[in-house]
Design a protein around this ligand. Structure first.
Ligand code: FES
Ligand SMILES: [Fe+2]
Length: 355
């Protein structure tokens, strides 16, 4: 076994650009509401116009810096809505263009449309709000946000704030060797055994291909297979498929790590399943927060060591997903910086470890 130091240039302060991040659930933002959402260390005002449309702007008024989120949303008599700053009443449309400066008399000859606040592309879909963090402000998205591929509404969700940078949050969730220690509950624990899992590359990450899960809690669903994907910047899908009472089903879980800043990351977990499977809800309600809380508490403990900036190790094969994460992240950062095409460095492979 070889110790591998954490790849340079992937410290938690470095966030990937030209990707979609998920700061909020759609249901958390009512019509006419706005609020400040920190994203990658930037203040973003996320709001919903009275028409229902969601927008995201830099939460700093270009006049004198007051957060736009402290202002209000205006209807503008059926015309496109705008945000009014609470300091001097400057107005900005959802594309970031200034639409009014109340103190102007009209004699100044100032072209107010040229005054702009950064606008971020947003998408509202599958009950989720996604914001695109372009490397260069104003650039159009080069991709669309990931989708769960389900037709039913989301059934269960849980958000917890992890006091760590995005890398430790992501790695903590994909690392297979911590299970017997961090999640030592009877419904998750099994006597450690040698595992063999097959991995393949995905466009922006990798997948642990479909396999029979070993954890006891899955047995309520009968005989199932599960497939776990990871793609940049921090999206994990778990797709559980099986048959119950003679009907085929598909449960989709999504976990995103949303970096608020270098030291705070929200872990947001969402599950979709067909309505007739609602009897599984109590399991999620009872076990879900505990499970994510286990991962949150261990990174809080880890912080006590990381304060001293130690050199860390990643070992074969149980840390291989973490090694891939660093490599994929580095390759993405370089492709954005150099304007070259991203080439996924992950190769198809079977990993073996004991857990
Ligand atoms: S600071 Fe926003 S209008 Fe003056
Ligand atoms: Fe975990």
């Amino acid at each position: 076994m070889v110790g591998i130091a954490t790849a340079p240039g992937t410290e938690s302060g470095q966030f990937l650009r030209d990707l979609w991040y998920m700061p909020a659930l759609a249901s958390s933002l009512r019509s006419g509401e706005m609020r400040r959402e920190m994203l990658l260390g930037e203040p973003v005002v996320l709001g919903r116009l009275k028409s229902g449309e969601v927008f995201a702007l830099r939460d700093i008024c270009p006049h004198r810096g007051v957060p736009l989120s402290a202002g209000r949303i205006l209807d503008e008599n059926g015309a496109e809505g705008s945000v009014e700053c609470s300091y001097h009443g400057w107005r900005f449309k959802r594309d970031g263009a200034c639409s009014k400066i109340p103190s102007l008399t009209g004699e100044e000859g100032l072209d107010i449309e040229k005054i702009r606040v950064r606008a971020y592309p947003v998408r509202e879909q599958d009950g989720l709000i996604w914001v695109y963090m372009a490397a260069r402000p104003g650039e159009a998205p080069k991709s669309e946000p990931p989708r769960p591929g389900v037709s039913h509404p989301m059934r269960w969700t849980e958000t917890q704030r992890f006091l760590c940078g995005i890398d430790h949050a992501v790695i903590g969730l994909m690392d297979p060797a911590h299970g017997p220690y961090v999640h030592a509950h009877w419904w998750w624990k099994k006597k450690p055994q040698v595992k063999e899992k097959h991995y393949a590359p995905l466009p922006n990450g990798f997948v642990m291909t479909a396999h029979r899960p070993s954890k006891p809690v899955y047995s309520v669903l009968g005989d199932v297979t599960t497939e776990i994907t990871f793609e940049l910047p921090s999206t994990r899908f778990e797709i559980i498929q099986g048959q119950l009472f003679g009907a085929a089903f598909r449960i989709v879980g999504m976990t995103v790590c949303t970096p608020r800043d270098a030291e705070n990351t929200d872990v947001i977990q969402v599950f979709w399943w067909p309505g007739w499977l609602n009897f599984i809800y109590p399991f999620f309600w009872a076990l879900g927060p505990t499970f994510i809380g286990d991962d949150r508490k261990i990174v809080e403990l880890q912080r006590e060591g990381l304060k001293f900036n130690p050199n860390l190790m990643l070992i074969q094969d149980s840390d291989q997903p973490a090694i891939w994460y660093h490599r994929v992240k580095k390759a993405w950062a370089e492709s954005v910086e150099n304007g070259t095409e991203f080439v996924n460095p992950v190769q198809e492979r079977t990993l073996r470890w004991k857990s």
